[in-house]
Design a binder for this molecule. Structure first.
Ligand code: HEM
Length: 511
C-alpha cells in the first residue's frame, strides 16, 4: 500500500502546499517553544502573528473594539510584569522599567517598520532614526519652548471667548452642548492657528462638527486597522473618483489634505507679501532652513505631513483631557466647590481675567489638571521601541535580546494600584500634601511620555488646559444633562473613544 502511494505522481502544487505547511509548522514550533521570547507567558496566538492585537482592537468580534489595552492589563495581573505580545514583541507592565525605556538619551528607538505605516511617514512624530529625528526637531524645540508658548496667550484667550459665546447661544436656544465636540473644536482652533497663523474656525460650526474635527475623530481609530493590514493605508493614494466608491473616510482624508495644502499656499503668499502673523507659528519655523543643525525645509508634501501630524497630535488629546477633567469636576460637587473658591481668588467676578502665569500658581487647579491628565490618559496605548544592541535584562532578571520590540502603556502606569491607590477615583488630593510623596508620584504622571520622544507640545497643552478649565468653570454654572460615569467608559481607539456623550447646559454664573 505504502509502495503504491510512493509511485503516485506528485504535482508541483502539492510540493508547494507541503512546503508551506511544513514551513509554518516549524515556524510555529520555533516561535512558541524555542524562540528566546518563549520564556514570556501570554497567548500562543500572540506568539504566532500580529493578529492577536488586531482581534481585540478592530472589532472582528462583537464587543472587542479597542480592548487590547484592557485585555493586557488583566493578563499582566495574572501572568506577571512582562508578556509575549507578538512574534518579536514583549509587552511590559512593571513600572520599574518605564524610566529605562523612555529616559532622555534612551537608545531604545522607534521601530521603523511600525511607525512608517502610521500617519505621515515624513513627520517628526514618525521619524525613527535618532539623527534625522534630532534634525527634524531642531526648528520645533525653540518654537514649543515655554517662553514662546507664553506669547500665544492672547490668541488662546480669543478662542476661549469664542467658545463662551457659542455656549451662550446654546443656552439661549435651550440646548445642551456636546462637550467632546466643543472642546475638540476649541483645541482645533488653538492648534491650527498656532500651525497656520489662521484658525480653522471649528468653533463656528453650528454643532461643533466641522470637517477637520470629524476627520481626526475618524482617522485615529483607523490606525488599528492600518497597523494590522498596512495595505489599507494605500487606499489614500487612490484617485478620488475611485476612493469615493470605497470609503467616505478616505474621501474626507483627501479633503483634509487638500485643505491643508491650500492653507500652506496661503501662508506662503501672505508671508511673501509681508502679512505674517504677529505670534510665532509652526509654518514660519518650518520654512527657515537651519543648515548648522542639518534641518532643510521639507517639500510641500513634507510640510503638509508635518502640519497635519502636529494638529492631529494636539487636537483630540487636549480636547479629551479637558472633557474628562470637566466631567469629573461636575460629577463631584466637593471638587467643583473647592476649585471655584480658589478661582475666585484670582478672578473675583465671572468676567474677570487672570494671566496664565497666575493660574499656573493655583495649587488646587494644578492638582485638578494633573489628576485630569492621569485619569484621562489621552495617549493611553503602548508606544513600542526596539531593544538596543546587547539586549536588556528586566528588573525581574529575564533577558530580552536586541532587536525585540518592547512597549509599555501610559494607561497601565496611571492605573497601577501600587502607584496610585484607588486609581478609578478622580482624586486631586494625590497631588497635594507631602511634597516628597507628590514628587515621587509625579515621576509616574507620564501623560506626555518621557525622554527624547516625549510630547513636544506639552507647554501648549498645559496652557490650553489651564485656560479652558479655569475660564469655563469660572464663567459657567455647567449642569450635566443625562450624563453618567457609564457614558465616560471608553475603548482604546488610539485615543479614548467614549461609550456615551458628555452633555451640559451652559448657564452663565452671576457671581
Ligand atoms: C493633553 C494633551 C497631550 C497629550 C496627553 C500628549 C501626549 C503625547 C505623547 C504620549 C507623545 C509621545 C508619543 C510616542 O511616544 O510616540 C506625544 C508626542 C508628540 N506630541 Fe503630544 N500630547 C498632547 C498635546 C500635544 C499638543 C497640543 C501638541 C502640539 C500642538 C503635541 C505635539 C506632539 C508632537 C509633535 C509629538 C512628537 C514628538 C516627537 O516624536 O519628538 N502634543 N504627545
Amino acid at each position: 500500500m505504502f509502495a503504491q502511494l510512493l509511485e503516485l505522481p506528485i504535482r508541483p502544487w502539492q510540493v508547494l502546499l507541503g512546503t508551506f505547511i511544513v514551513y509554518h509548522a516549524v515556524r510555529a514550533i520555533y516561535l512558541v517553544y524555542l524562540s528566546p521570547l518563549s520564556i514570556f507567558p501570554g497567548s500562543k496566538w500572540a506568539a504566532l502573528g500580529e493578529y492577536w492585537e488586531a482581534y481585540w482592537n478592530i472589532g472582528v468580534a462583537p464587543g472587542k473594539k479597542g480592548q487590547t489595552l484592557f485585555k493586557l492589563e488583566k493578563m499582566h495581573r495574572k501572568l506577571g510584569g512582562a508578556l509575549r505580545m507578538g512574534p518579536n514583541e514583549v509587552h511590559i507592565y512593571d513600572p520599574r522599567f518605564y524610566h529605562e525605556l523612555y529616559k532622555p538619551g534612551s537608545k531604545y528607538y522607534k521601530d521603523p517598520t511600525m511607525h512608517k505605516v502610521l500617519g505621515a511617514p515624513s513627520s517628526t512624530l514618525a521619524e525613527s532614526d535618532p539623527i534625522r529625528h534630532k534634525q527634524r526637531k531642531a526648528p520645533l524645540e525653540p518654537l514649543f519652548s515655554k517662553k514662546n508658548i507664553l506669547s500665544l496667550e492672547p490668541m488662546l484667550m480669543k478662542h476661549v471667548d469664542h467658545c463662551s459665546q457659542r455656549f451662550d447661544e446654546f443656552y439661549r436656544a435651550g440646548k445642551p452642548v456636546s462637550m467632546e465636540w466643543a472642546l475638540k473644536s476649541l483645541a482645533m482652533d488653538m492648534v491650527s492657528q498656532f500651525a497656520f497663523g489662521k484658525s480653522l474656525n471649528a468653533l463656528a460650526d453650528p454643532e461643533f462638527k466641522s470637517m477637520p474635527v470629524r476627520v481626526f475623530q475618524k482617522y485615529l481609530p483607523s490606525l488599528h486597522v492600518i497597523k494590522a493590514f498596512p495595505f489599507v493605508r494605500y487606499l489614500n493614494s487612490l484617485p478620488l473618483w475611485i476612493a469615493k466608491h470605497i470609503s467616505e473616510d478616505v474621501v474626507m482624508g483627501h479633503e483634509l489634505e487638500q485643505f491643508a495644502s491650500r492653507r500652506i499656499e496661503e501662508y506662503i503668499a501672505d508671508a511673501n507679501s509681508g502679512k505674517a502673523p504677529s505670534f510665532p507659528t509652526l509654518m514660519e519655523r518650518l520654512l527657515i532652513p537651519l543648515p548648522e543643525k542639518g534641518y532643510q525645509v521639507p517639500s510641500k508634501q513634507g510640510l503638509r505631513d508635518e502640519i497635519l501630524t502636529v494638529i492631529s497630535a494636539g487636537d483630540d488629546t487636549t480636547g479629551i483631557a479637558n472633557m474628562v477633567t470637566i466631567f469629573n469636576i461636575l460629577n463631584n460637587s466637593q471638587v467643583q466647590d473647592r476649585l471655584l473658591r480658589e478661582l475666585k481668588t484670582v478672578m473675583p467676578t465671572p468676567t474677570s481675567h487672570a494671566p496664565y502665569l497666575q493660574l499656573e500658581q493655583l495649587p488646587y487647579l494644578t492638582a485638578v489638571i494633573k489628576e485630569g491628565l492621569r485619569y484621562s490618559s489621552p495617549a493611553a496605548s503602548r508606544t513600542p521601541r526596539l531593544v538596543p544592541p546587547g539586549g536588556v535584562t528586566l528588573p525581574d532578571g529575564r533577558f530580552i535580546p536586541a532587536g525585540t520590540r518592547v512597549g509599555m502603556a501610559i494607561y497601565h502606569i496611571h492605573y497601577n494600584e501600587d502607584l496610585f491607590p484607588s486609581p478609578r477615583t478622580f482624586d486631586p488630593e494625590r497631588w497635594l500634601g507631602d511634597p516628597e510623596e507628590v514628587q515621587n508620584r509625579l515621576k509616574f504622571n507620564v501623560a506626555f511620555s518621557r525622554g527624547n520622544r516625549s510630547c513636544l507640545g506639552i507647554n501648549l497643552a498645559y496652557m490650553e488646559m489651564y485656560m479652558a478649565i479655569a475660564y469655563l468653570i469660572r464663567r459657567f454654572d455647567l449642569q450635566l444633562v443625562d450624563t453618567t460615569e457609564k457614558d465616560m467608559v471608553w475603548d482604546d481607539m488610539v485615543v479614548p473613544q467614549f461609550h456615551g456623550e458628555l452633555k451640559v447646559m451652559t448657564k452663565r454664573r452671576e457671581e
